[in-house]
Write a protein that binds this ligand. Sequence first.
Ligand code: SF4
Length: 326
Amino acid sequence: MKAIALFSGGLDSMLAIKVIQEQGIDVIAMHFNIGFGGTSDRSEHLKKVAQEVGVNLVVEDVRKRYIDEVLFSPKYGYGSAFNPCIDCHGNMFKWAGEKMKEYGASFVISGEVLNERPMSQRKEAMQQVEKLSGLEGLVLRPLSARFMAVTIPEEKGWVDRSQLLDIEGRSRKRQYELIEKYGIEYFESPGGGCLLTDKFLATKMKDFIEYNAFGVQDIDVLKYGRHFRISPTAKLVVGRHQEDNARLEAIVNNNFETVHMPEGIIGPVSLLSKSATPEDRALAGRIILTYGKTAPDQNYTLSIGDSALQLQPFASKEDVRSMMLL
Ligand code: SF4
């Protein structure tokens, strides 16, 4: 008997796997990469946690599918930011369901805990998730199963319901007891995670889609830097620190060009929309210079695309703050 586990890499998904493995069921940990899981690459973390619970890890890149089918058209709306959690979970179950045959699995599990999160883990929401998934009866939440209706795996005796758990609510006490019980040493502390729940990212996303179509290549643009809306034709992203600069430098995006500080001047790496007009470029250049080690009353030569512009920074960062998305 085999099951596919939705595997976020978080503690609850690790524990759900352990509870099912204990019943002699082989579990495959399936991670769906929606592109918003964090600002850093999680592949090493995922490998480590999968190893910690002794499962094979499968990572599915669903970024395009997520944008096309979920992110901008959620049936059940958004949480407090840009997080379409009910649809997100529902689709992850659906996609896992599509993989069941390929992996010889008979049902899908997840680490969801009843009432742990306000949007997607209420009982009604969990039922909506199951309905969206098209896997009715085949979705098992081992950590809260005793509060839920009996599933097909329990009915058929593949899983013993009496060994499933009744964890509920936001307290992680029971989870910490299970960490001890299973001897888990490496795990992620709760609460980290999805950038779609970040209100600041939601502001940047709303601005982005007001003026442009959003695609996979734009995901990273949203994650780093200070964002400025300069005009309907131009968006500017200015690195805040070295890490941002390195991330922005590495972005390859047909709709943006990378702008560097003039030779010998320390300052941010920036991205500017290629659709920027000459006026937008001049304004963007002045903003960029304002965030570098520059003197306000001096002229600098800044290259943007194929133009070399003579520009002066603003007198202070306060002068540009009204254009910044906060
Ligand atoms: S927090 Fe993010 S990854 Fe988790 S269900 Fe919500 S949108 Fe999906």
